[in-house]
Design a protein around this ligand. Sequence first.
Ligand code: DX5
Ligand code: ZN
Length: 219
Amino acid sequence: MIRIAPSVLAADFSRLSDQIAQAEAGGADWIHLDVMDGHFVPNITFGPLVVAAIRSCTNLPLDTHLMVQAPENFVGRFRDAGSDYLTVHQEACTHLHRTVERIKELGAKAGVAINPATPCSVIKDVLGDIDLILIMSVNPGFGGQAFIPATLRRLAEARRMITESGRDICLEVDGGIDTITAPQVVKSGADVLVAGTSVFRQPDVAGAISALRESFEKQ
Ligand code: DX5
Ligand code: ZN
């Protein structure tokens, strides 16, 4: 099953609940929440208060992508706010294994994200512990960036690692996903597609999600 996780980063924040309702109507599977701290990435977005507000608008799983330094200091608060998936960056964790264990103790699903320049092999020794791998297809920090083509090779490598592990691990891709790149990433092994601009910057949000789904289902 291929899931679509619209990223609210590209949504109209003055009417967030309406935008999320449109995404649900279009068949969104998860809602992707991009948390940025101004340190790990050169941008700031929102914190647990906004996640809690979004929690009150939808029953869809909340997929929280923590682009923050030392995320171990914040996972508890984002779990309390209603996150179902908590994904931390390998590059931001000195003790990645400990942070993953903490997320699972909190009762959330644990994800590990890697930037475009980080080899997939860094995840190998936590594969037995995690529920999701997030391969960044842009350098994190901003929506609306162009998809980096080398991501396709990286997704295929991550997919091989998951198959070899024998575990049920989601393979998520994030950045520059639209009706052109979606079929390519699905072919390369991705099964959770994050999409910001190609969903929320379109006049018909629900229709944009359907179009995204058609783009990979018809191939
Ligand atoms: C980038 C974020 C993405 C972003 C994707 O740092 O992690 O989730 O919202 O946006 P688009 O789909 O516009 O590339
Ligand atoms: Zn993201």
